[in-house]
Design a protein around this ligand. Structure first.
Ligand code: NAD
Ligand code: GDD
Length: 321
């Protein structure tokens, strides 16, 4: 039976990935600081512990897995990574996880490793025009991310790729662009725009107004979880090491995102634009490289994933009211 290790399995993407690997017939070990809050884990073995601790990393890497997915990180949406209040923790925690994990994996001859970087590593100066952001993979250098979260991702990308060169490993690096879906963080301060907007729309009555950070003209693209997993698995099983974007090319303004979710909900809402953490003015995935290297790219329209996500978050809002 094929085996997989999923670090960050108690999180959003990790939780879904475990389900996907189980459906493919893998024996799966999940590792996290916590269980997933929203769903029972599908993992055969779920180990609770802290991947900042090198001894703990060595204990969970007690064998050679067929596939390893390193998703554990100290992360959140704009309300977490752009305020500046968590910079030291983000850099320290995530760098330690990656430094300890790669060494533990090398020692046990684990070679097939996926690492989730982020679009936040792209230079801020290429994302100032909301209508024409540049997120082509080779625009990464000279580096100038706008957050410490992005700098740590850039460092860790280089860490994994250096182990490929010096230790003959097969690390694969993807740069995720804002992944969303059911069972993701939807409240508490770490939620990203799709979940936050779904929650605000679900909590409001028709005719009321909801708060939107900034003028709403900032752009993003959002990728549904199933498409993210498809790209992730295809990349790990391919001959291409990356880094490569895994994201949607369907760029929308945050105001448009609000309009789409309001329409799904059947509500007429006013937008109350307030100051808040904004991040870059524009961001969109560029999928030329993934199409070329994997002969695949995400294709599902944004609205499909938003319909599923809104239904799930509306259920949570209702259950909590
Ligand atoms: P998430 O926060 O839901 O999952 C991350 C998990 O890592 C959490 O469950 C957390 O408890 C765990 N973790 C953190 N520190 C740990 C530690 N010291 N030891 C053990 N576990 C620890 O986030 P996600 O959305 O599932 O993201 C997964 C990965 O993808 C992360 O590396 C993230 O930076 C990256 N990424 C995500 C997005 C996105 O839009 N979701 C975008 C770009 C990159
Ligand atoms: N979270 C949130 N909540 N964002 C809002 C809100 C709100 O209520 N209202 C407006 N926004 C705006 C933010 O100000 C930002 O400009 C935009 O929506 C997108 O915010 P997020 O989805 O929170 O984050 P991001 O796209 O800037 O960064 C995310 O994606 C990266 C990858 O592309 C983060 O999740 C990063 O961690 C991730 O790496």
């Amino acid at each position: 039976m094929r085996t997989a290790l999923v670090c960050g399995a108690g999180g959003f993407i990790g939780g879904h990935l475990v389900k996907r690997l189980k459906a493919e017939g893998f024996w799966v070990r999940g590792v996290d600081l916590k269980f997933n809050e929203h769903a029972e884990t599908a993992a055969d073995d779920f180990v609770i512990g802290d991947l900042r601790d090198g001894n703990f990393c060595r204990s969970v890497v007690d064998r050679k897995f067929d596939e390893v997915y390193q998703l554990a990180a100290d992360m959140g949406g704009a309300g977490y990574i752009f305020t500046g209040e968590h910079d030291a923790d983000i850099m320290h925690n995530s760098a330690l996880i990656n430094l300890n994990m790669i060494e533990a994996l090398r020692k046990r001859q684990n070679r097939n490793i996926f690492y989730s970087s982020s679009a936040c590593m792209y230079p801020a100066h290429n994302q100032e025009d909301p209508e024409n952001p540049n997120c082509v993979e080779d625009s990464a250098y000279p580096a100038a991310p706008d957050s410490e979260y992005g700098w740590e991702k850039l460092f860790s990308e280089r860490l994994y790729l250096s182990f490929n060169r010096n230790y003959n490993m097969r690390c694969r690096v993807a740069r995720y662009h804002n992944i969303f879906g059911p069972e993701g963080t939807w409240t508490g301060g770490k939620e990203k725009a799709p979940a936050a907007i779904c929650r605000k729309v679900a909590s409001a009555r028709s005719g009321e107004s909801i708060d939107i950070w900034g003028d709403g003209n900032q752009t993003r693209s959002f990728l549904y979880i199933d498409q993210c997993l498809e790209g992730t698995i295809r990349l790990l099983r391919s001959d291409f090491e990356g880094p490569v974007n895994i994201g949607s090319e369907e760029m929308v303004t945050i105001n448009q995102l609000v309009d789409i979710v309001s329409e799904i909900a059947g509500k007429r809402l006013h937008k109350n634009h307030i100051p808040g953490p904004i991040g870059v003015r524009g961001r969109n995935s560029d999928n030329n490289l993934i199409r070329k290297k994997l002969d695949w790219s995400p294709s599902e329209p944004l609205i499909k994933g938003l319909e599923r996500t809104y239904a799930w978050i509306e259920g949570r809002v209702r259950a909590n009211s």
